[in-house]
Design a protein around this ligand. Structure first.
Ligand code: HEM
Length: 520
């Protein structure tokens, strides 16, 4: 912890004394005081009180010594920078900042981050402030304790190996469609970050909801979803007033949920008529139906029903949890592979090997399971550029998190993933892209606790295997069907923050059809 950032306890004492003196002064004055003077004095008093509250929570933690009245560091949170985050993490194992009435504590070490993620008795996930408005307060992600565990158990069926195998052909169709779109641009140089996002959004929508919804609606949802991403700042304007980002995100959510509900109704009809399971939602509805019949048959009490809105909101959480993180990972994957052609060649060789030289072989889960090198590459992309840098939690009571600091109840407490994933003791030369560190000769697998890309503890990512499989499958198909060029700029390796992380220059690329090897 940097000693220069320690708060002098005398400052705290002086602030307290100033407020006391001010209040005494204000109320003891017998002489006439103008209304303006009283109001001004009251405002100054409130500001001083705000500083006092902030400093008494901050204690010796590194962080701003002065909180800007009312808004605190709100302007910084509007335009976060990676460098700003880095300097926070470097300032100490815990650091703090005040935004509006929120006191935010950031944990930067692997051990403290894991402790926070694994202590449901002290802190629970809070998502960012705006999310209760956007995802609706009755959404399952806001459940805690047993209610959360029980609900989550019911969702596991959607991410089993069998389920993942069923989603793969849907994904292959979507990849093919987007690859053809990219090729139709005739090798034009573009900012591909948004094209990767589109592929990812359509893949999510089709896997989660199937093909009931038209391409136009799917594209509008992709556009509307930008409003939701834009409202994901760590701390937002506290009220969803018209014109605010949160307000716009709520309108977009309404549009998205309306169309999800239509797809759910369609799925219910198809499943009632014994239709084929063609999406995650079909799988869920049919498993609920099966369980209902099982209870009826075995004379057990009827299970709880899930109405269309509830199913729609749950699918929305999957989109919410996956969309930005996976789009970020996909962008970095394409960029890093273009910048490391030796790695891309090894992927191609592995894919040709597992397909016995048949470049057109249908994609399958088995093929992905037989591709250990590709898995190493995806793990390395996620380590080097973790899409989720911080996971906001909230303390449910005063928590003596370290020997020297107790996090006050109600604080936003944020475990961090990046420093653990760039710890040179665990990942030598941590800023280098080196998939071999995950191989048999490497050491990265020896410290699984550092790999917090998908969180940890009771709320760890439900879609972890699905996400890894989707990233592997996209890269596998692209490596065989496409050649791509990355136009590096001086900002290609810099990180910009838009809910998650992207290359600062937006990733300029062009795509070309890949000439098939003679054996294909
Ligand atoms: C590269 C992509 C992804 C990354 C980096 C990622 C990362 C994370 C992280 C860090 C958490 C918080 C964990 C915690 O609090 O300990 C999380 C939670 C979650 N993720 Fe993911 N995720 C990804 C993709 C997905 C996908 C594709 C889905 C669903 C299809 C998904 C569904 C969820 C859900 C439902 C939760 C909340 C779990 C709970 O509260 O019980 N994620 N994810």
């Amino acid at each position: 912890m940097s000693s220069t950032s320690l708060i002098d306890p005398r400052l705290l004492e002086t602030t307290k004394n100033t407020i006391a003196a001010f209040m005494t002064n204000l109320f003891s004055k017998k002489n006439n005081v103008s209304t303006t003077a009283v109001i001004c004095s009251a405002v100054v008093g409130l500001f001083a009180y705000e500083q006092y509250v902030y400093l008494s929570k901050k204690k010796s933690l590194p962080g701003p010594k002065f909180k800007i009245p009312i808004i605190g560091a709100f302007m910084d949170s509007l335009h976060p920078t990676f460098e700003g985050y880095m300097s926070k993490w470097k300032s100490g194992e815990l650091s703090c900042v005040g935004v509006f009435d929120r006191f935010v504590v950031i944990a930067s070490t692997c051990d403290l981050s894991r402790k926070i993620l694994n202590s449901p008795a002290w802190a629970s996930p809070t998502v960012v402030d705006s999310m209760k408005y956007i995802l609706c307060p009755d959404n399952w992600v806001f459940l805690s304790g047993k209610a959360h565990v029980d609900y989550r158990k019911g969702l596991n069926v959607l991410f089993t190996r069998k389920a993942l195998g069923m989603y793969i052909p849907i994904q292959e169709t979507v990849y093919e469609k987007h690859f053809n779109r990219w090729l139709a641009m005739d090798g034009r140089k573009e900012q591909y970050q948004w094209h990767f996002r589109e592929l990812n959004m359509e893949s999510s929508l089709r896997v989660f909801l199937g093909f009931h919804m038209s391409d136009e609606v799917a594209e509008t949802i992709s556009q509307e979803y930008f409003n939701i991403t834009a409202a994901l700042e760590l701390v937002n304007f506290p009220l969803p007033l018209p014109g605010t980002k949160v307000y716009k995100a709520i309108q977009s959510r309404k549009y998205i949920v309306k169309h999800f509900i239509e797809a759910i109704k369609d799925s219910r009809v198809r499943m009632d008529n014994g239709g084929e399971v063609k999406s995650m939602m079909d799988a869920w509805i049919s498993s609920l139906k099966e369980y209902e019949l099982e209870c009826e048959r075995d004379g057990k009490p009827a299970p709880r029903k899930f109405d269309d809105r509830e199913v729609a909101l749950t699918i929305l959480t999957f989109l919410f949890a996956s969309q930005d993180a996976t789009s970020s990972a996909l962008t970095w994957a394409f960029q890093l592979l273009a910048d490391h052609p030796d790695v891309l060649e090894k992927i191609r060789a592995e894919q040709m090997r597992v397909r016995n030289g048949n470049v057109n072989q249908e994609l399958s889960l088995e093929l992905m399971e037989e591709s250990p090198y590709l898995r190493q590459v995806i793990k390395e992309v996620l380590r080097l550029r973790p899409p989720v840098l911080m996971v906001p939690y909230k303390t449910d009571r005063d928590w003596p998190l370290t020997e020297s600091y107790t996090v006050p109840k109600g604080a936003m407490l944020i475990p961090t993933t990046y420093p653990a994933l760039h710890d040179p003791a665990v990942y030598p030369n941590p800023d280098a892209f080196n998939p071999d560190r995950w191989g048999p000769e490497g050491t990265a697998e020896k410290s699984p606790k550092n790999f917090m890309v998908f969180g940890n503890g009771p709320h760890h990512c439900l879609g972890r295997e699905y996400a890894i499989m989707h990233l592997m499958a996209t890269v596998a198909q692209a490596s065989l069907k496409l050649d791509w060029t990355h136009y590096r700029t001086e900002h290609s390796d810099d990180i910009s923050i838009f809910a998650t992380i992207y290359p600062m220059d937006g990733c300029h690329m062009s795509f070309h059809p890949r000439e098939q090897p003679a054996s294909a």
